[in-house]
Design a protein around this ligand. Sequence first.
Ligand code: GDP
Ligand code: CA
Length: 315
Amino acid sequence: MGRLTALAGGVGAARFLDGFIRVTDPSSITVIVNIGDDDEIYGLYISPDIDTIIYTLAGIADDVRGWGIRGDTFNCLEMLSRYGVETWFRIGDRDAATHIFRTMLLRRGLKLQEVTDIIRRRLNIKVRVIPVTNDRVETMVLTDRGLMSFQDYFVKRGFQDEVRGIIYRGVDKAEPAEGVIEAIMNTDGVIICPSNPIVSIGTIISIKGVREALRETKAKIIGISPIIGGATVKGPADKMLKGLGLEPSAYSVAELYRDFLDIFVIDEVDVGLKDKIEKLGIKVYVTNTLMKSIEDRVRIAREVLNLIFNNINVK
Ligand code: GDP
Ligand code: CA
């Protein structure tokens, strides 16, 4: 089997990768992860998407809650709260250890990608996990209440505000991390995970050279729609698309990726969008894309692998 590269946000990507590592050789996979929602909270450097991916690959993620470590306790947070600190951003005790360790290494001068590599190796993860850039790029959300950081919009305000625009602050100066462009160019398949197309994949492909690499690579590029029947499974992607004047649908996502996507995997309930998406010059594969159980995740992973390696004729 060949090499594989995935572009990933948080939960949607983690669900897919959870199946993918069971049907492939994990050491052949490189995951390029969004860092646009990173923030400094309680003095610690938090990288939510990297943590969701790493905890899932390590088998310790809290899959039900969708963030943090399974069975974690919240003593540290309770104590912070006694000191009068606002604790809307929930961090468990074990989870905090990850942030302390990461912050410690960053302060010693290591790059985010070096720190991420140390963390994943210590958790016995065979998949290579790379933040898309070592530079700070902050996804800012312009809402009807003004401009706010992604965590303020998403966690503090519970994505209730109307979205008017997205700014990738710092993107002009950001360089792709070492290995990112190469992982897209020298691979057999690139998977665009079912992640938020604006603030997860959108941030990744706005980093210098990434979109160009996706257009130029000879590897087959397969996307999985994060939108099922006009809605997200989790999170604000549908609201964001609407706020940006786009119809929240698999079609809109296909349109955002049209310059590099070869095949788009959409849900059975969206079979009616197939012809329209194909008119964009993208092949469409229809299946059940909801990845609740491990069986679903493994099945979708197999289907994607077949699309990459067996030249399956997409009906
Ligand atoms: P976040 O950083 O945790 O918000 O995660 P992501 O950027 O990876 O993605 C959130 C997206 O994942 C949402 O648009 C969801 O609809 C999508 N998603 C989550 N679970 C599933 C699933 O089981 N199937 C599909 N197709 N999409 C999913
Ligand atoms: Ca995220």
